[in-house]
Ligand binder design. Sequence first.
Ligand SMILES: Nc1ncnc2c1ncn2[C@@H]1O[C@H](COP(=O)(O)OP(=O)(O)OP(=O)(O)O)[C@@H](O)[C@H]1O
Ligand SMILES: [Mg+2]
Length: 344
Amino acid sequence: MSGGIILDHIVKTFPDRDSPVHAVQDVSLRIGEGEIYGIVGFSGAGKSTLVRCINLLERPTSGRVLIDKVELTALRPQALKAERRKIGMIFQQFNLFATRTVFENVAFPLKHTGLSKAQIAQKVTSLLKYVELENKASAYPSQLSGGQKQRVAIARALATDPKILLCDEATSALDPITTSSILKLLKKLNQETGITIVVITHQMQVVKELCHKVAVMEHGKVVEEGDVFDIFAWPKHPVTRNFVASAGNVEEEAAAAPADLNDRYLRLKYIGDSANDAVISQISRRFDADISILSGSIETIDGKSLGQLNVRVNADAGRLTAILDYLKDLRIEAEVIGGAGSAD
Ligand SMILES: Nc1ncnc2c1ncn2[C@@H]1O[C@H](COP(=O)(O)OP(=O)(O)OP(=O)(O)O)[C@@H](O)[C@H]1O
Ligand SMILES: [Mg+2]
């Protein structure tokens, strides 16, 4: 059992009377078996279209989709149907059948699979237990909260024992606490079963809490891709930087602070604990600069620690340059994010 995905030069163009829409423009990605892979990007970037190409809900205009080396794009309808059963999907709007009970919703994909009624009941019960909804089996979707609906959708998606789970904005309609409980469930599922999960999201917090790898899309293309840790530590593309910045509130801090002509706000990033107080006091002495720590954090992202320190330095332009060079030598990345030294 494995769930490795290869997208090979995927193009999806929607014909239009006036001008065709180039929703996905030559995207190639490898998603490893057992990975949790995030796809982020602004609205219209082509995320949903790309992910719908994985299970051929959307047939690519050109390019190949391979799951465990089986080329889905080359299969005949009957064989494709069998392969699709190995891919589950959940959505922002849950897409449950309103006129069926929770039990019937989860049992739905098990129709025509050759399982007996008793086997189906057993399977559904164990799935509902897994998503902690065993007491809601006879409820209707309208009687559930958003988080409970998404749990039902997850149980239904898992009914055919898929190797891959596609999640299109699965937590975007939920409040932060409910989001967090769904993310925990997905993480547990991945750890316990090794299922490969592809997660589309607008929320970098989701990427940070859940994913191992992430691709950033803009205008139908992947503009940056890599380990979540690296993307948060060293975002390169402007879109990525924008998304990473949205996960913190340092800019607000800088904007709200009183202005002194020589005050500059720096964001220092480092791996582990190299930029501790000692470094800060060293800079202060060495460059005779007034420097204070505004906030700091060490986060664990995908098992590695990324430190971030927001500091205010009172220094003229020349001294600031010297400080930045010094930090560079220490392998501490420094970014001027506000104050007199910033571009805006
Ligand atoms: N069935 C369709 N017919 C025509 N155009 C489409 C179709 N589906 C998507 N598009 C267009 O393709 C582009 C990419 O859409 P897509 O839904 O993949 O973006 P997205 O990144 O998922 O956006 P969002 O974050 O808003 O969900 C958009 O310009 C959209 O209007
Ligand atoms: Mg979408």
